[in-house]
Structures are given as structure tokens and as C-alpha cells.
Design a protein around this ligand. Structure first.
Ligand SMILES: Cc1cc2nc3c(=O)[nH]c(=O)nc-3n(C[C@H](O)[C@H](O)[C@H](O)COP(=O)(O)O)c2cc1C
Length: 335
């Protein structure tokens, strides 16, 4: 399984949607870094379910418990491991889904790959729940980056094609009422990133960010800077012109999204992530009973977000923070 990420720090995400707990081990954080656990909890709260009328009603406090690596709030050099209890798991909700894969979810591919050994409860390791420990690692990295003047902020820039927040909310409510779901786009900006992070070819900053962003369930696309729009522009429109500055080159624009040749330019890193609509929907869809291979009509029961995009915003920030912190350490380590 590909449960670990990073070259200079190594994060490993463990647990499943309905196991006792989910968690993360972060290896390689330098000793002597203070971690503000209150701020970390506030960050995790942005991702947690059970808020408002639009997200999943699963109630999880999402409080991380550090079981190693932290002494009096300070990293000690040992691997940092945090667990989050699964307090409101209801595997019974999924009993009828055991042998009926939800269209659009990873139930089918989990069955293809792991057969009867798979954890079918709530999507197992493929659940959106796994983004809680990802946010612990990302929340830690965000704090460390902030000390170096690097800030990362994301927002839902579109939901169901709408850019206006009221229209976004209306689209989610309409989908929910119809037992359906909608997707959207999360835009993320990392400012203060120094020039020179990333390597050419296979280890560029775009590659590294994309690799971890695709670990977020339901992500189907990513674009940097003008992204797919650049394909329709002229070079004169898309190129970022250079001007002489007091302390080096100044960019007249940032169409490239802060990365050229896989290496950061020093301008803000800008990328957008496309999230598909939540697979679990109440609307009836065709599926197959894996034990009998008979066709069945499936209306997914249980507690699901009609749109995961609002909850995915901090997850994208977390993923970007891990990738950028990992790349920053490469420079400090002289790689
Ligand atoms: C924060 C978050 C919450 C999610 N919640 C749900 C959910 O309630 N129901 C669901 O079917 N999918 C949910 N997903 C998406 C699925 O986990 C995902 O679509 C599935 O694992 C298949 O993976 P893929 O879409 O990346 O191919 C969620 C994703 C995220 C990021």
C-alpha cells in the first residue's frame, strides 16, 4: 500500500473509517519545534463533519492525541505520532453495502485488490475520514512554515459551476434535497515560498504537490497557474515578463503559478484542485451484488456530504503544506 509520503519528512497515515482510531506518524521533524495544539485543533475543526445542515451528520470531535514525539508541546526528534479516535463510527450503516459497491466509490477497486480481506465499513482506508490525520500532519507543517514566513490559504472557488457563495449553497441544498451530490474547485495560494524549491523532471514542485493532492479522496484534477486555460492563450499573453528589481528579478505577472521547470520562482504558488461530486447518493443507481453477480438498484444509506468541497478546503491547505515543508527541508539539508 502507498500510505507514506515525503523525502525529507516521512508521513504515514493509518487507520480506517470505522477502526478504533485513525492517525499519522511524521518522521523527520527537527527537534525543538513548538506545536500549538489549540491552533491545530482549530484547524482540524474546519475539516470535521457534523457542522451546519449541509455536511455529514457524523459527529467527531477530531481531537488529536500525540502518543509520541512531543514533550511539553515541543518536538523531541522522535517520530511524531498522533491518533484521533473514531467516536461516531456506525459500521451497521454499511452492512447492506458489504457486497454492493457504491458507484463512484473505491468499494469496487478495494474488492478487486484485497478481496474478502478489505475493510468495507465506510470505505475503509479509502474514506474521506483519512483526511483527518492528513490534516494533523498538514496542520503541524503549516505552523512550521508560518515561522519561515510562508502562508498557505485555500478557498472553494466554484461549486457546481457557481462562483457566488449564495449560489454555491443553493446548489448544495438542491442536490441534497434530490438525494444527489455536487463537486467543485478548491483554489490554493502559498505565499512567501522562497525561489529555488523543487527539482527538474520527476521531482518538481508541481509533481510533489500533485502527488499528495491526489491522495485526497475525490480529487480528479489539478492545475497550476493558468493551467488548462494556458492551452488557449498566446505566448505573449501567458508569459510572465521580467523586470529588474532592487533585490533581483521582479515578475510582471504570475501566469505560471509560481513554478517554472518544477522550481519555485519566489512568486505565490497558485493551484486549483477539482473535486468530483460525493459518490454516496440517495438517488437510485445500478450496481451489482458481488456474491451473486446479480444486478441491483442501490440507494446509499448513511451520513454523507452532498458536497465535500467546503470540508476539503483545509485538506488542500494541509497537503500543500506537507509538500512545501518537505521541499523546504531539502534545501536546508543541502540536497
Ligand atoms: C473530506 C472528505 C469527505 C468525504 N466524504 C465522503 C462521503 O461522505 N461519502 C462518499 O461517498 N465519499 C466521500 N468522500 C470521497 C470518497 O472518499 C472518494 O470519492 C472515494 O474514496 C473514491 O476515491 P476517488 O474519488 O479519489 O477515486 C469524501 C472525501 C473527502 C475529501
Amino acid at each position: 500500500m502507498g500510505c507514506s509520503y515525503g523525502e525529507n519528512i516521512r508521513i504515514t497515515v493509518f487507520g480506517q473509517s470505522h477502526s478504533t482510531a485513525v492517525g499519522v506518524t511524521i518522521d523527520g521533524i527537527p527537534a525543538g519545534e513548538r506545536i500549538d495544539c489549540d491552533r491545530l485543533c482549530a484547524f482540524l475543526f474546519r475539516r470535521s463533519p457534523g457542522k451546519g445542515g449541509l455536511s455529514s451528520e457524523r459527529k467527531e470531535s477530531d481531537t488529536p492525541e500525540f502518543i509520541s514525539g512531543l514533550v511539553n508541546g515541543m518536538t523531541c526528534g522522535a517520530p511524531l505520532t498522533a491518533i484521533i479516535q473514531n467516536e461516531d463510527a456506525r459500521p451497521g450503516d454499511y452492512e447492506e453495502l458489504k457486497n454492493i459497491p457504491r458507484p463512484g466509490h473505491a468499494d469496487l477497486t478495494a474488492w478487486i485488490k484485497y478481496g474478502e480481506a478489505r475493510d468495507w465499513r465506510g470505505g475503509g482506508y479509502f474514506s474521506g475520514r483519512m483526511t483527518a490525520p492528513l490534516c494533523v500532519a498538514g496542520g503541524v507543517c503549516l505552523q512550521l512554515l508560518e515561522r519561515k514566513g510562508i502562508r498557505i490559504e485555500a478557498r472553494a472557488s466554484k461549486i457546481a459551476g457557481a462562483a457566488d457563495p449564495d449560489d454555491m449553497e443553493r446548489a448544495i441544498r438542491a442536490a441534497k434535497e434530490e438525494g444527489d451530490s455536487v463537486g467543485g474547485i478548491v483554489e490554493c495560494v502559498a505565499s512567501g515560498v522562497p525561489a529555488g524549491l523543487g527539482d527538474p523532471m520527476f521531482n518538481g514542485l508541481e509533481n510533489r504537490i500533485s502527488q499528495i493532492v491526489f491522495a485526497i479522496p475525490a480529487v480528479k484534477g489539478i492545475e497550476f497557474g493558468e493551467g488548462f486555460t494556458a492551452a488557449g492563450l498566446r505566448g505573449s499573453e501567458n508569459n510572465d515578463e521580467y523586470l529588474p528589481g532592487y533585490n533581483g528579478i521582479i515578475f510582471a505577472s504570475n501566469h505560471c503559478g509560481g513554478i517554472l521547470g518544477g522550481i519555485s520562482t519566489g512568486e505565490p504558488i497558485v493551484f486549483r484542485t477539482a473535486f468530483k461530486p460525493t459518490p454516496s447518493i440517495g438517488k437510485k443507481q445500478r450496481s451489482v451484488d458481488l456474491t451473486t453477480m446479480e444486478p441491483v438498484m442501490l440507494s446509499v444509506p448513511g451520513r454523507h456530504d452532498a458536497c465535500i468541497v467546503p470540508r476539503a478546503v483545509p485538506v488542500v491547505e494541509a497537503a500543500a503544506a506537507i509538500a512545501i515543508y518537505d521541499s523546504l527541508l531539502a534545501i536546508k539539508l543541502g540536497k
